[in-house]
Design a protein around this ligand. Structure first.
Ligand SMILES: NC(=O)c1ccc[n+]([C@@H]2O[C@H](COP(=O)([O-])OP(=O)(O)OC[C@H]3O[C@@H](n4cnc5c(N)ncnc54)[C@H](OP(=O)(O)O)[C@@H]3O)[C@@H](O)[C@H]2O)c1
Length: 311
């Protein structure tokens, strides 16, 4: 009989790719869906959907009943206050953890954290992801845990980097400030494969692992622009956006979000993340632990993300 896995966040970009990959590998899937997002359940994923959210103990208990592993992809990636991020990324994780620890046999637990947790002082988001990690890693005596810290993830269904990539495919590359920072990237299906490989390695050490697309040392924005130029066989115009302008816009957006009540993406914290000089990751420990290695290079991933006709 195939193993059953509990997944959160399967209506989102990363979680849907993970659920799709695990279902394709023959695992049974129990996926959490918020009442307001039932219409966003991906129709191509065969799963038993449990309606509820990370605040609801009963639905979390139902979600983890009988599963061998929990893959926690749900997370708040936008927000105006520290509390909004902590409520999901720390408190929500704690509720899910409690449900898992209530099981007669504790399931293994994989947390999809973020590379930003390396620098928790940089933003509310980063701090909340680090808090979530600390809550999980404190349970080493009671359950086998693993943390993945993905760098920037891109692929079909992404809403964060996609607009920028679409501009670049059209020949315009807005670059924040000097654009000299280095960062790693990963195609979403490679991340989903890393989750599948973790499931197959039930002795994977309880550690925090970074992941990237196999391009050691990461990229600068000029490297990404060069890739687009190569794919387009035409020049891409680099448009420098002054950091001060974006910082100002971020402050205005944050104030508007707090006044009107929406979850903003562009905030001073996000600008801090975007302008950080070093978001380069290292695949070596994860490769040693599970044998996983990425398969999709940036040019291939861009074609899969934007469609071959985009170039
Ligand atoms: N995308 C990246 O580049 C990236 C990089 C590093 C780490 N990550 C991490 O990967 C995870 C997924 O990110 P994503 O890009 O896929 O974001 P996303 O598309 O916004 O998806 C977030 C998911 O979390 C769910 N969720 C949010 N709050 C919830 C709550 N209170 N209760 C239950 N479910 C809740 C959402 O459900 P609804 O559909 O109901 O909103 C959605 O399914 C996050 O933890 C993020 O920190 C992402």
């Amino acid at each position: 009989m195939p193993d059953t896995i509990a997944i959160t966040g399967a209506t989102g970009f990363v979680g849907a790719a993970v659920a799709r990959r695990l279902a394709a590998a023959g695992h049974g899937i129990q996926a959490l869906v918020r009442p307001a997002s039932v219409h966003r359940q991906p129709s191509d994923i065969s799963a038993r959907w449990v309606v509820g959210d990370l605040d609801n103990a009963d639905s979390l208990q139902e979600l983890v009943t009988g599963v061998v592993a929990v893959v926690h992809c749900a997370g708040a990636v936008r927000g105006a206050t520290r509390e909004q991020f902590n409520r999901v990324n720390a408190d929500g994780l704690e509720h899910l953890l409690r449900a898992a620890l209530n099981q007669p046999r504790n399931p293994r637990f994989l947390l999809i954290s973020s590379l930003s947790a390396r620098e928790p002082e940089i933003s509310y988001y980063a701090a909340s992801k680090r808090r979530g990690e600390a809550l999980l890693t404190a349970e080493s005596d009671r359950l086998a845990w693993t943390v993945y810290r993905p760098c920037a993830v891109y692929g079909p269904g992404d809403r964060e980097i996609m607009p920028l990539f679409k501009w670049m495919a059209k020949g315009i590359a807005p670059v924040l400030g000097s654009g000299t920072g280095r960062f790693s990237l990963i195609f979403v299906e490679d991340l989903a494969n890393a989750v599948a490989d973790w499931l197959e390695h039930d002795r994977c050490p309880s550690e925090i692992y970074e992941l990237h697309d196999g391009h050691p040392g990461g990229y600068t924005w000029q490297d990404v622009i060069d890739t687009f130029q190569h794919l387009r066989r035409k020049a891409v115009l680099r448009l420098k956006i002054p950091l001060m302008v974006v910082k100002l816009l971020a402050v205005v957006n944050l104030l508007a979000a707090r006044t009107i009540g929406y979850a903003p993406m562009l905030t001073p914290g996000k600008v801090g993340e975007l302008s950080h000089p070093d978001w380069v990751s290292d695949n070596t420990p994860l490769n040693r632990a599970t044998g996983w290695s990425p398969r999709v290079s940036l040019p291939e991933g861009l074609k899969l993300t934007l469609g071959w006709n985009a170039f």
